[in-house]
Design a protein around this ligand. Structure first.
Ligand code: SF4
Length: 443
C-alpha cells in the first residue's frame, strides 16, 4: 500500500542536511510519496527505510525476469481486468520436450523452436523457451538440455527431480537465464542452485496453503524470482485457481501469491490443449508450455495474446509516413489510408498482392480505422492534402494519381480542389477488392 509523505518522513533521519537536493527531509518525503525521487538519493536513509519503501512500491504481482541477459519479463500486473488499465507483460510461450521423445520428434521440436515465426501487424512472434522434462534417463536429459541450449539459445524450463542432473545442466547453460521446476520437498536445494546461476524457480504445489507458506518462506530468504505452478484436475479448477490467486494478490495485497504462473498444458486432444492455453492467456498466464508444436494453434494464441495485451486506450498504430510498396517510380500510383495498424497491414498486403509497385500515404489518424477517423475529423481532405504537401510528394512524381478508400468517396471533390495537379480516384471500399481495382483501373 502506498505511504503518505508524513509516514515516509518518519523513516528519514530528520537532519535536514539538504544532500538529497531538498531543503528538508519532509520535502524529500513528499517527493518520494509522489514518486518524483528515489530513496537512494538520501545517503543517510537506513536499511529499514529502504526495505519499507521498497515493499510499499512493490507491484502486487512481482516482475520475474528470465532468458539470456534477462530479456524476458512477465508479471508486474496491477489490474484484474484489461479494461481497468491494461495488462503489461504478455505470457511467454514454450514448447515441451520430454527426454523420452524419440530422436525424430526431438529434432522436429527443436527445428520448430529455432525456425518458427509468426508475423502479425508488423510484429514477429516465436517460441520463447523450451521446457525439458526428465522422466527416467538422467544422462539423456543432460545431453538434450545442452543440445537445446546450443541450438536454440533460448531459456530452458528444467523439469527434473534429480538435483545432481540439474546441477550438471546448469553448469552447461549458465548464461541462459533458465527456470528450474521444484516442489515443496526439494525447493530449498533448488533455491541454492537458482541463486548460484541467477535462474528463476517454478514452485509446483498441490494446495494454496502449501503455496502461501513456502513462498512466504522464500520471500523471507530474499528470493523473489518465482513462478507459481499448480496441480489442477479440470479446466474449471484451473480457471478458478488462477483467478483466486491473482485476485488475492491484486485485490487483497497478499504478496506471497503475487507472482506469475507457469503452466504445462496437458497433451492429448488438440481442442482441450487449445482451450487450456486460451484460458491461460486470458486468465493471467505467465509462461505457457505447449505439449506439441502446432502452427495453427500457435497463430491463434499469438493473435489472442496480442489482442488481450494491447492497451485498450491506445489503438495499435503505425507511424505516419509514405510507405513504398515494391519498387515505385515517378509514375506509380499513390494509395492513402489511415495509420490503424490492422488497416495499414491489410491495405499494404493487398496492394502487394496486386503485383504493382505503389506509394502508400499514411497520415496521422490517431490509430483509427478509415470510417472512424473520417467521422472524427482525422481523415479529411485538408489533412490528407497537407500531409502530401508536407512530404513534397507532388514534386517527386510525374504521374499524380491518388486512390482514396471507397468509404470516403465524399472527400474526393474537396481533395481535387486542394490538390489540383492530382487525379483523385475513388478506390474500393474493401481492401480485398484492391487487386481487381488495380487490374481494371490502373493497368
Ligand atoms: S539527504 Fe536525507 S537526511 Fe538529508 S535532507 Fe535529504 S532526506 Fe533528510
Amino acid at each position: 500500500m502506498a505511504l503518505t509523505g508524513l509516514q515516509i518522513n518518519k523513516l528519514l533521519p530528520g537532519t535536514n542536511c539538504k544532500e538529497c537536493g531538498s531543503n528538508t527531509c519532509l520535502a524529500f518525503a513528499m517527493k518520494l510519496a509522489a514518486r518524483k525521487a528515489q530513496i537512494t538519493e538520501c545517503p543517510y536513509a537506513s536499511e529499514e527505510a529502504h526495505r519499507i519503501l521498497f515493499e510499499a512500491t512493490e507491484p502486487p504481482v512481482r516482475a520475474v525476469y528470465f532468458g539470456p541477459n534477462k530479456k524476458f519479463v512477465v508479471g508486474e500486473e496491477t489490474v484484474l481486468y484489461r479494461h481497468e488499465k491494461a495488462f503489461v507483460h504478455p505470457p511467454r510461450i514454450g514448447l515441451h520436450i520430454l527426454e523420452t521423445d524419440s530422436d525424430m520428434l526431438f529434432e522436429e521440436k527443436l527445428d520448430a523452436a529455432v525456425n518458427y515465426t509468426y508475423h502479425r501487424v508488423g510484429e514477429e512472434f516465436g517460441i520463447d523457451c523450451i521446457a525439458l522434462t526428465c522422466e527416467k534417463n538422467n544422462d539423456l536429459f543432460v545431453n538434450r538440455a545442452e543440445t537445446v541450449w546450443n541450438r536454440c539459445n533460448k531459456p530452458l524450463v528444467l523439469n527434473c527431480n534429480d538435483v545432481n542432473s540439474v546441477l550438471r545442466v546448469c553448469e552447461k547453460i549458465a548464461n541462459s537465464g533458465s527456470i528450474l521446476c521444484c516442489s515443496i520437498e526439494n525447493c530449498d536445494q533448488f533455491i541454492e542452485i537458482a541463486q548460484k546461476y541467477n535462474f528463476a524457480l517454478s514452485l509446483h504445489v498441490n494446495t494454496l496453503d502449501e503455496l502461501f507458506t513456502k513462498v512466504t518462506e522464500m520471500r523471507n530468504r530474499g528470493f523473489f524470482q518465482i513462478f507459481l505452478q499448480f496441480t489442477t484436475y479440470s479446466l474449471s479448477e484451473h480457471f478458478l485457481t488462477n483467478t483466486i490467486v491473482r485476485s488475492a494478490a491484486i485485490k487483497y495485497g497478499i504478496k506471497s501469491l503475487g507472482f506469475p504462473f507457469l503452466r504445462f498444458v496437458q497433451s492429448g486432444d488438440i481442442w482441450e490443449s487449445a482451450i487450456e492455453s486460451i484460458t491461460e492467456i486470458l486468465k493471467y498466464g505467465g509462461i505457457i508450455i505447449l505439449p506439441n508444436f502446432d502452427p495453427a494453434l500457435l497463430a491463434s494464441l499469438f493473435t489472442l495474446r496480442m489482442n488481450a495485451y494491447s492497451d485498450p486506450q491506445k489503438p495499435i498504430q503505425v507511424d505516419p509516413n509514405i510507405y513504398l510498396i515494391g519498387d515505385p517510380t515517378k509514375n506509380s500510383p499513390v494509395f492513402v489510408t489511415t495509420n490503424f495498424s490492422l488497416t495499414y497491414f491489410v491495405v499494404s498486403g493487398e496492394i502487394e498482392n496486386s503485383g504493382i509497385s505503389a506509394y502508400l500515404v499514411v497520415p496521422e489518424c490517431e490509430g483509427m480505422s478509415v470510417l472512424t477517423a473520417w467521422a472524427a475529423g482525422k481523415f479529411t481532405a485538408p489533412k490528407i492534402a497537407s500531409f502530401i504537401n508536407e512530404k513534397k510528394l507532388t514534386d517527386m512524381l510525374e504521374t499524380k494519381r491518388l486512390i482514396i478508400p471507397g468509404y470516403v468517396a465524399q472527400i474526393s471533390g474537396e481533395l481535387s480542389e486542394l490538390l489540383p495537379e492530382w487525379d483523385i480516384l475513388v478506390g474500393p471500399q474493401e481492401a480485398s477488392d484492391i487487386e481487381s481495382f488495380v487490374k481494371s483501373r490502373l493497368l
